[in-house]
Design a binder for this molecule. Sequence first.
Ligand code: ZN
Length: 245
Amino acid sequence: MKATAARHTGLPFVPQPGPNELLGSWLLRLAQFYGLGLATLLGRLGALQIGVAHLPQWFSIDASTVSMDALSAATHLLRSDFATMTSSACRPGWPEELGACERCLTDATDAGEPLMWNRKWMSPLATVCSNHTIWLTPVATRTLACVRHAADFGGIVQQVAAAQAQLANEFACAGDAQWLQRRCTARTAVRVPWGWGPAARLASARGRGGSRGDRGIGLGYRHSWPAGRSAAGGQQELRTRPRQR
Ligand SMILES: [Zn+2]
């Protein structure tokens, strides 16, 4: 395979990745352009890592399965470009459902643009589209696993649109969810105190994060306080903050 990669001078045309497009989504579009299956394309480019017998699901493709150097040589894109296109791996495995933005997908469909999968949708903690500030629509992971070609995204758009129509009457508090999403995904150094714990820990987390946004943590904490354990201290903290001046 390395010999193959060394011989070719790169693909003559390469569709550019979209903003935040998942690596596997872009590879599917690339393969479709050349009329090849994904595994065949990567094999012809010599881009499969040595020892990879079976290509993982398109949404799981990362540097462990595909050689970014070979891909860079074939597509003339920078290796660093690919580093921002993979999703963080899920341990121990993908959840049964992930989210997708119905508006992002239908807007692209209506505009006749290529359908792409956003890498941000692959986080189990992603609940809101940062472009449209609307809830992501649940998509079964097994549905994503059935995608073999970029054209298969069209079927998913229809499913997402139908599911979103059913969710249209849900209480809309996407702003709160977006705040939680940012907190959980961006501030990894902060341990959000879900569940029970010492009252001092709650007070410390509330003190760190500012004033308005941390209200949600206090509520979640209070609701999950275990029965039989004195919650007086914790609720005291909740009642006395913000302090009266
Ligand atoms: Zn969107």
